[in-house]
Design a protein around this ligand. Structure first.
Ligand code: ZN
Length: 129
């Protein structure tokens, strides 16, 4: 398993596609799966368009509207970030074919920060032959 280390902003989608591609290119899996796992409860990982940066800005705005300002019980005060993390999810599986990630033209892999700034980790595991 490989680990990426990120220093994140307060909130944002960070494009990690290039870093994941490098791990796949350096690995010895020609055909299989790339699992990307975020070991945090106030962050996530997702795939979205990487051509227009306004798409992920819109995603943050939409998630902000979807998660209400409730009288949350969690004393840390970051319950909206926990909810957004669950909405986005903490893992992805992307196919690998001929030693390369199978993403379409407009797809990018994004680490999603909802409670930064923090030092974060992303674990990348290659499975296959
Ligand atoms: Zn918390």
């Amino acid at each position: 398993m490989q680990q990426l280390s990120l220093n994140t902003p307060a909130e944002g989608f960070i494009d990690i596609t290039g870093q994941v591609r490098k791990i796949v290119a350096a690995g010895n899996v020609q055909n299989g799966l790339c699992q990307i796992f975020v070991p945090h409860t106030t962050a996530g990982v997702t795939i979205n368009e990487n051509a227009d940066p306004d798409v992920v800005t819109d995603m943050l705005a939409a998630l902000g509207k979807m998660v209400p300002d409730l009288p949350y019980r969690h004393s840390e005060g970051n319950s909206p970030a926990h909810v957004k993390s669950n909405l986005v999810g903490c893992s992805l599986t992307v196919p690998i074919s001929e030693g390369r990630l199978c993403l379409s033209t407009w797809q990018g892999i994004y680490f999603c920060e909802f409670d930064g700034p923090r030092s974060r980790k992303v674990w990348v595991n290659l499975v296959g032959s």
